[in-house]
Write a protein of this length. Structure first.
Length: 80
C-alpha cells in the first residue's frame, strides 16, 4: 500500500496488469488510497468473454470481491 500512496499525486493515468488472486486485495488497497478516483478494469481482453468494468475503487471492490473470476486483468486508474 505504500507504493500506492506514493502514486496519489500522479497526474498521469496509471495502468496495472494484475492476476486473479491479487485483484481483490489490490482493489481493497485502491479503495483505501484512491477511494473516489474512477477506475476501469478490463477482464480477458481480446477473448470471447471480455468484460469492462467502470466505477470508483470502492464500488468496484464491493462488486468484484463477490465474484470469482479467473483470467487476466488490466486496471486503469484515473490520473489526478
Amino acid at each position: 500500500m505504500a507504493e500506492l500512496r506514493q502514486l496519489q499525486a500522479e497526474r498521469r493515468t496509471i495502468v496495472v496488469m494484475e492476476t486473479p488472486y491479487r485483484l481483490v486485495p489490490l482493489l481493497r488497497d485502491l479503495a483505501a488510497v484512491f477511494s473516489q478516483r474512477r477506475i476501469c478494469i478490463a477482464y480477458n481482453l481480446t477473448l470471447p468473454d471480455e468484460q469492462i468494468f467502470h466505477g470508483t475503487a470502492s464500488a468496484l471492490y464491493k462488486d468484484l470481491s463477490a465474484r470469482e473470476m479467473k483470467g487476466e486483468f488490466v486496471v486503469v486508474i484515473e490520473g489526478r
